[in-house]
Design a protein around this ligand. Structure first.
Ligand SMILES: Cc1cc2nc3c(=O)[nH]c(=O)nc-3n(C[C@H](O)[C@H](O)[C@H](O)COP(=O)(O)O)c2cc1C
Length: 265
């Protein structure tokens, strides 16, 4: 499947079959995780799989998820950051998206779940860790509806609303992006998930540099949004041999646009 097609049909799953994840799939997932940690750095991050989904659901129902609505799944993957460096969270979200690519190949669906409001002691009990914090969960399991669902175009921002040329606020036109061979990439990058589907990412193209900002920064959840869109851009950029070496240096402040990372086109 073309990368573009694949990302277009990459949607959240919220209804899972009442069926445990097969042992062979759990082993594959662990291998993928081990590979991710080698790439991303074991001092910054860990990923923990809890295959006792019922235990997690019972402990978090009413506490995690949008408005306390927990998603019931046979298993959960937790993103555990081991330090307070904002860059670790960005890298972690990028890593989760890489893991999702492999889950998709196994026919395993997923949905991100917010756990910002949940007591650390509860998370420690269900995911058995002693270092750092669990910042986000991914519900995982076999989807009830196995048909491939495509994104609707109408719930996503137009490209000109989030891509700027030379400076923040100066909107890119379609011609600007076509000239740089970036029109398709941004058109598909719009399908990246974001918390509350807020699509807070903003890009500024300066010569051959692409800079990523978050508009109206709302905390950790936006660092996750940033890591996710970086993954989408890298995946989509493979077709034009775009670089994937992001320099991640979040500059958290109260500005309208918070700088997160940049890379060479
Ligand atoms: C950081 C983050 C946190 C999220 N938290 C939740 C959540 O708690 N509950 C939920 O149902 N969906 C959650 N989502 C899923 C998004 O709402 C969903 O990916 C987005 O609306 C796009 O929907 P789609 O994948 O169906 O196109 C979260 C997504 C992200 C990126």
């Amino acid at each position: 499947m073309l990368t573009t097609q694949f990302l277009k049909s990459r949607t959240s799953t919220r209804d899972f079959k009442d069926m445990a994840i097969k042992q062979a799939d759990l082993e594959k997932i662990q291998k993928v995780i081990d590979g991710e940690i080698i790439k991303l750095g074991k001092d910054d991050l860990a990923f923990i799989v809890q295959s006792d989904g019922e235990k997690v659901y019972k402990a978090l129902d009413g506490k995690a998820g949008y408005g306390g609505i927990m998603i019931d799944a046979p298993a959960y993957l937790a993103l555990n950051t081991l330090n307070d460096n904002p860059a670790s969270l960005v890298k972690g979200a990028y890593g989760v998206e890489e893991i999702i690519t492999e889950l998709d190949k196994m026919g395993i669906g997923n949905c991100w779940i917010t756990v910002g409001e949940v007591d650390e002691s509860i998370k420690k009990e269900i995911f058995a860790y002693d270092k750092g914090e669990v910042r986000l969960l991914l519900a995982i399991g076999y989807p009830v509806d196995e048909t491939v669902r495509e994104h609707k175009f109408d719930d996503r921002k137009g490209i000109g609303e989030f891509v700027f040329i030379d400076e923040l606020g100066k909107k890119a036109t379609n011609e600007d992006l076509e000239q740089r061979g970036l029109d398709e990439i941004f058109s598909y990058a719009r399908f990246a998930p974001s918390a509350y589907n807020a699509q807070p990412w903003r890009f500024v193209l300066v010569d051959d540099l692409i800079k990523l900002y978050i508009e109206d920064y709302k905390g950790n959840v936006n660092l996750l949004d940033a890591g996710i869109i970086m993954y989408y851009l890298d995946k989509l950029g493979e077709s034009i041999s775009m670089g994937s070496n992001w320099e991640i240096q979040p500059e958290i402040n109260d500005d309208k646009y918070v700088y997160i990372a940049s890379k060479q086109l």
